[in-house]
Design a protein around this ligand. Structure first.
Ligand code: ZN
Length: 230
């Protein structure tokens, strides 16, 4: 089965966003403020994990112009524990129609004055400095998707359902499972499944906890001096 690996660039080195793009983290494009999801556990706005647009082969959302939004509660003051669970209300994913999308970057609706808000990366959390929670937008440094690298995987289409079946997944050869690409990708099968008994779910992609760059890496001084958002 084919799968697609994002060719990423740190937002720090990207030009200001002027149109809808595939991206990870940062601030979403085009989402109406009223659609920004709020965490059921801590009642604060969630953080964007990914915004991905319809593509007939890579991510089929059923209609051109649709955009998939994936959010999770990342508020360091809340420290919500159940961000991984699909039923606890600490994460949210949804698709918006092109007619519902607005133009421009959207700030979290609980930030009263986005123009004067502090934007903080996760790296800033470690310094334990006093912040004004109402004026601080806690976001992960964004990465922008410059393109997608199409890969021909070794896993056949006939094996797709094995990865979503508890009994069949458990009997798969470990080396075979290890051969599945474990980085961020769209398509094919997951490299790891929390609950393989969810056979009525379709796998669309996975997000790794690291970024893999196919572009030259900037040096550390450039990143640490960063003025991040344009
Ligand atoms: Zn929360």
């Amino acid at each position: 089965m084919k799968y697609y690996i994002p060719k990423l660039q740190l937002g720090l080195f990207s030009t200001s966003q002027t149109s809808i793009e595939d991206k990870f983290d940062g601030l979403p494009w085009g989402i109406p403020s009223a659609s920004w999801p709020v965490c059921r556990s801590c009642d604060k706005t969630m953080s964007l994990i990914a915004q991905l647009n319809h593509h007939a082969e890579r991510l089929n959302l059923g209609r051109s112009g649709r955009s998939l939004f994936i959010f999770m509660c990342c508020n360091p003051y809340s420290q919500c524990e159940w961000t991984w669970d699909s039923a606890e209300g600490c994460n949210s994913s949804f698709v918006l129609e092109p007619e519902s999308l607005e133009t421009g970057i959207t700030y979290p609706p609980d930030v009263a004055q986005p123009d004067s808000a502090e934007i903080r990366f996760w790296g800033n959390c470690t310094y334990n400095q006093e912040r004004d929670p109402g004026a601080t937008i806690w976001i992960e440094t964004e990465v922008r998707v410059l393109g997608w690298l199409e890969q021909d995987g070794s896993i056949p289409e006939s094996a797709r359902s094995d990865f979503m079946s508890e009994s069949r997944y458990g009997s798969l050869d470990r080396e075979y499972i290890k051969s599945v690409y474990n980085g961020t990708k769209l398509g094919s099968v997951p490299s790891w499944v929390q609950w393989p008994q969810n056979s009525d779910w379709d796998f669309i992609g996975q997000f790794s906890d690291y970024y893999g760059f196919h572009t030259p890496l900037p040096n550390r001084d450039m990143i640490e001096s960063g003025v991040w958002i344009g």
